[in-house]
Design a protein around this ligand. Structure first.
Ligand code: SF4
Length: 418
């Protein structure tokens, strides 16, 4: 179905996974267990590998988790499970350096290596040398909500800014002659996400070196809404030949992400087909069929008889809003509460506020930054406490978890009365 596939370099992850060029689209997901809980993380990796995840990402929030990551890796290999592991690193060049000898791929946002941009560049240069030495792959992952002060001040907070920001790190990789690089520019807003990837693809093409792209909608939420939001945006890009590996982020069991990602990978490449129920397949098909025409403003309405599905697809493409817009992270080893149930509870109690964007985020480290343009945010602090945000400002801190949804509803209601 691709019009023209973007020709990229090929990235090798471990001994078995090839991303980019003419290789089938690679499907991946991420653990949501606590990394320090080695047994739980190994058990989840086993399930994810069986479900068909070709790469598995694991968060490494502290240096002490590096040891756990080593044990997880060794246990999986001793069981004959050879799915490459990807360490997910935020804000710490030290942890990024420490995981290089341990796993096959490392996801970083180099701009967050240090608040001083020149120091961040220098640390990234050292990191690349170490990755070269160990023959690792990396993902440069910039998200719309967490571009960093330097980037926002220099380029703004637009899809173009995201692409330009990524190009700085892309160029550093080229200068260091390190080519085992994948890039991602995720956003929860499908319009922003599609524009950012298109712009990055254009800039890399113009620059002469095109790295493979990891495509995904971040904080897509759960249920049909999360699946539809992911499908409209990812399919739009895959239909243009942009995207070599995908993650469908859902605030659910990560194994549920795999069949949706496999559906997309199979639709746009020679990847294996997904096992889906008839209803699920028809929802994904409709989202993929109508995503591009709506996002590209080629049509203003869609001829679907199923009113619910029509509403969901139109909202996912940001063409018509029939309910609040929800953003929820998928959760990971940093998540400090029951994210999935809390998210469902928030949705249940806020459905009357049609024109707001509400975010539910698993941790206080990345949650506030990643909420991007949410009007309100529910962010877990840990130890049974929650902080509520209005835009990017924390307005109610340390609220006991069992009161937090009610306080969020009060906050929104009060703002609307003022
Ligand atoms: S915001 Fe969610 S997915 Fe992101 S690091 Fe925090 S808990 Fe993990």
């Amino acid at each position: 179905m691709s019009k023209e596939v973007l020709k990229t370099r090929t990235v090798r992850v471990g001994g078995s996974v090839l991303i980019g060029s003419d290789h089938p689209i690679v499907v991946q997901t991420m653990c949501n267990t606590h990394t320090a809980d080695v047994a739980a993380t190994v058990a989840q990796c086993r399930r994810l590998a069986e479900a068909g995840s070709q790469l598995i990402r694991i968060t490494v929030p502290s240096l002490s988790d590096v040891k756990a990551l080593e044990q997880i890796h060794a246990t999986l290999r001793s069981e004959g499970i050879d799915v490459p592991l990807v360490a997910d690193i935020h804000f710490s060049a030290e942890i990024a350096m420490a995981v290089v000898p341990v796993v096959e791929k490392i996801r970083i946002n180099p701009g967050n290596f240090h608040p001083d941009h020149e120091k961040a560049r220098s640390l990234f240069g050292q990191f690349l040398q170490k990755c070269k030495q160990y023959d690792r792959a990396i993902r440069i992952g910039l998200n719309h909500g967490s571009l960093g002060k330097y980037i926002v001040e220099k380029y703004g907070n637009t899809p173009q800014a995201m692409a330009l920001a990524a190009m700085e790190w892309v160029q550093m990789c080229i200068d260091a002659e390190f080519y085992n690089v994948v890039v991602s520019l995720k956003a929860s807003n499908t319009v922003v996400m599609v524009q950012a990837y298109r712009e990055l693809a254009r800039l890399m093409k113009e620059n002469g070196v095109v790295f493979p792209l990891h495509v995904g909608v971040t904080e897509a939420g759960n249920g049909n809404s999360g699946r539809i939001k992911s499908c409209v945006a990812i399919s739009t890009l895959l239909g243009e030949g942009i995207g070599n590996t995908i993650r469908v982020s859902l605030t659910e069991d990560p194994a549920n992400e795999i069949p949706v990602a496999q559906y997309l990978a199979h639709r746009y490449s020679d990847a294996p087909a997904a096992l889906l129920s008839g209803r699920e397949a028809s929802i994904l098909k409709a989202a993929c069929d109508w995503g591009a025409p709506l996002l590209n403003h080629e049509v203003d309405d869609i001829p679907l008889e199923d009113a619910y599905l029509k509403d969901e697809i139109l909202q996912a493409c940001r063409r018509r809003f029939y309910k609040p817009e929800y953003i929820a992270c998928p959760g990971c080893g940093r998540t400090l509460y029951d994210l999935e149930n809390t998210f469902n509870k928030v949705k249940e109690h806020t459905s009357q506020f049609k024109d707001v964007v509400i975010a539910v985020m698993g941790c206080i480290v990345n949650g506030p930054g990643e909420m991007a343009d949410a009007d309100y945010g529910y962010v877990g602090e840990g130890a049974g406490k929650v902080t509520l945000y209005r835009k990017k400002e924390p307005v109610l801190r340390h609220i006991p978890e069992d009161e937090a949804v009610e306080r969020l509803v009060e906050l929104i209601r009060k703002d609307r009365e003022d």
